[in-house]
Design a protein around this ligand. Structure first.
Ligand code: G6P
Length: 607
């Protein structure tokens, strides 16, 4: 998984390409590179650096060429170690054709053996390098034609941007199962992995579909299928600004994204309340309105944090709309030879809309004729385009690798879905819809002062292990709290349901293993209190997340983080927030960059 950018138009300082690349850094950041055609010298300059993009930036200082076309690339290694040689762009033997690639070429070994046999010299251990060498064979002066010949030879997933020194008036971008779009400026074009890289130049974009290729020059662009047939594509408009993709004064994207949750939840909810209390108006589902009437079951499929949102949704929809709900990680579902049922709605939740496993599960369900719905943040992403109907989160770009604002937005949409399904059975859920309206205001108050959480992080900054427990609606929040902590602070953390505690995890408890207990004044309060007593009896420190006004808990817990009282099904929208902040402060205190956790990437577009 990597970020790619390609530009063609009036020759530009390469620093502008670097700026576009910086907004893709969340996609991978172990090394970065660029290849730029200098029209004055008629040469391609290629520079790469190991480490974050700043390292490449340092190397580019003092290089004042104006270039077109050029490619920029930021890497998250899949094949071959983190070295300059393995960083893209890669070229053919002659340094003529240059390629930056996001994805995996599955049959690269066979292709490479053949090419090496024919005398091609490889410099890297990557799968990608076969592409420029294959293009070298096919190139007869027109890079677009060469790409048409080579793409059918490639198996796997790829978004490619390609330039050729001997055909320097063209930039080619081609897509199969990896995100790619073309930003359309005034006689200048920028192909990139996501819109945040193009908003600096233009807000008009064309999203490429699988098997499509864009051929751009300073005179115009065409989108073609792989046989060269021209296609008519819709031009979409990006409705957010470059500032939205930047830190807005916060030290990290993650903190910015945590802090903006009152607004992002409000944005998610806008226009979705029905006229009467307890009803939801979900325009995105209208196209499948008739089929939804017969729905007897919902099956939620997602990965990572989105999967955990799905577990909350399972509770919400089954308890309040009285429809059975299953939730599975998409990665496991797809290999189960799943039985796709006619009266089941398959709901795919994905912030990026590009997660490989989620997309594969979606395609499996579609192929077997199942009804597919989505909750997606990135407009125009693959999941968004492939589901039959869906709801956008409308929370703007989420850049921090650890998902925060997308999660709370997913929870809000799942609450709307519960109301929507209940409404179909003539049932209204006023407690949920009216409760939702108050969430942004409550959250804004909660986020005003984060000092207590910061102090708590100081107290526990040096621990090695941490447990999280919760029950019912708070069980997925225990999992999410633990996930956040391990993702960015690298403290070993595990989440359990309170009920499971006695069946294994309790063996870990001693005075060095603190437990975060989500113990709200709700229907499982007494049960959670018993679990807390069991931990205290074994000298385990307790950090409780509790409801304001609960004095009992303060007598047992070592620390209490209070949250305001809201209806039980909506409490996850609040209780997760102190856990996000705790993980954030822990990462800082332990000396890590929370926006760029090691070994992780924002959007996992490979299996
Ligand atoms: C990665 C990210 C997580 C995210 C998960 C699913 O693991 O680090 O934050 O929850 O992918 O991503 P999606 O874009 O499908 O929600």
């Amino acid at each position: 998984m990597c970020g790619i950018v390609g530009y063609i138009g009036k020759p530009k300082p390469i620093a502008e390409g670097l700026e576009a690349l910086k907004r893709l850094e969340y996609r991978g950041y172990d090394s970065a590179g660029m290849a730029a055609y200098d029209p004055k010298e008629r040469e391609v300059m290629c520079i790469k650096a190991v480490g974050k993009i700043e390292k490449l930036e340092k190397k580019l200082k003092g290089i004042n060429i104006k270039a077109s076309p050029f490619l920029f690339y930021t890497r998250w290694a899949t094949h071959g170690g983190v070295t300059e040689q393995n960083c893209h762009p890669h070229s053919d033997c002659k340094g003529n054709i240059w390629v930056a690639h996001n994805g995996i070429i599955e049959n690269y070994q066979q292709l490479k053996e053949k090419l090496v046999g024919e005398g091609h010299k490889f410099l890297s251990e990557t799968d990608t390098e076969v592409i420029p060498h294959l293009l070298e064979h096919a190139f007869k002066g027109d890079i677009a034609k060469a790409v048409q010949k080579v793409v059918p030879l490639l198996r796997g997933a790829f978004a490619l941007v390609i330039i050729a020194k001997q055909d320097p008036t063209r930039l080619v971008a081609v897509r199969k199962s990896a995100p790619l779009l073309v930003g359309i400026g005034k006689r200048e074009y920028i192909a990139a992995s996501d819109p945040s890289a193009v908003v600096g130049m233009t807000k008009e974009v064309v999203y490429l579909d699988d098997g499509e290729m864009a051929v751009m020059s300073d005179k115009g662009y065409t989108v073609q299928d792989i046989n060269g047939n021209h296609l008519k594509k819709k031009v979409d408009f990006i409705d957010w600004n470059i500032e939205d993709a930047q830190k807005g004064g916060y030290e990290h994207f993650m903190l910015k994204e945590i802090m903006e949750q009152p607004e992002t939840i409000a944005d998610t909810m806008r226009g979705r309340f029905g006229k009467e209390a307890g009803t939801a108006k979900l325009g995105g589902l209208e196209v499948v309105g008739d089929r939804l009437k017969n729905i007897e079951r919902v099956h939620i499929l997602a990965m990572g944090t989105a999967y955990l949102a799905g577990l909350v949704g399972e509770q919400l929809i089954s308890e309040h709309a009285r429809i059975p709900v299953d939730t599975d990680p998409a990665s496991e579902f797809r290999y189960r030879k799943p039985i796709i049922e006619k009266n089941t709605a398959y709901l795919f939740i994905s912030q990026s809309g590009e997660t490989a496993d989620t997309l594969a599960a979606l395609r499996e369900v579609k192929q077997q004729g199942g009804l597919t719905l989505g909750i997606i943040n990135v407009v125009g992403s693959s999941v968004a385009r492939e589901v039959e109907a869906g709801l956008y989160n409308h929370v703007g770009p989420e850049i921090g690798v650890a998902s925060t604002k997308a999660f709370t937005s997913q929870l809000a949409l799942l609450a709307f879905l519960a109301a929507f399904f209940a409404n179909r059975k003539e049932k209204k859920l006023p407690e949920i819809t009216e409760g939702l309206k108050k969430i942004p205001g409550i959250l804004a108050r909660m986020l005003k002062d984060t000092r207590q959480i910061q102090k708590l992080a100081q107290k526990y900054a040096k621990i090695d292990n941490m447990l999280y427990i919760g029950r019912k609606y708070q069980y997925p929040i225990a999992l999410e709290g633990a996930l956040k902590l391990k993702e960015i602070s690298y403290v070993h953390a595990e989440g359990f349901s309170g009920g499971e505690l006695k069946h294994g995890p309790i063996a870990l408890i001693d005075e060095r293993v603190p437990t975060v207990a989500l113990c709200l004044s709700d229907s499982v309060y007494e049960k959670m209190m018993s679990n807390i007593q069991e931990i205290k009896a074994r000298n385990g420190p307790i950090i409780a997340v509790a409801t304001e006004g609960d004095k009992e808990i303060a007598k047992i817990a070592d620390d209490v983080l209070y949250i305001p009282r809201v209806p039980e099904p909506l409490a996850p929208l609040l209780s997760v927030v102190p856990l996000q902040l705790f993980a954030y402060f822990m990462a800082l205190l332990r000396g890590y960059d929370p926006d760029k956790p090691r070994n992780l990437a924002k959007s996992v577009t490979v299996e």
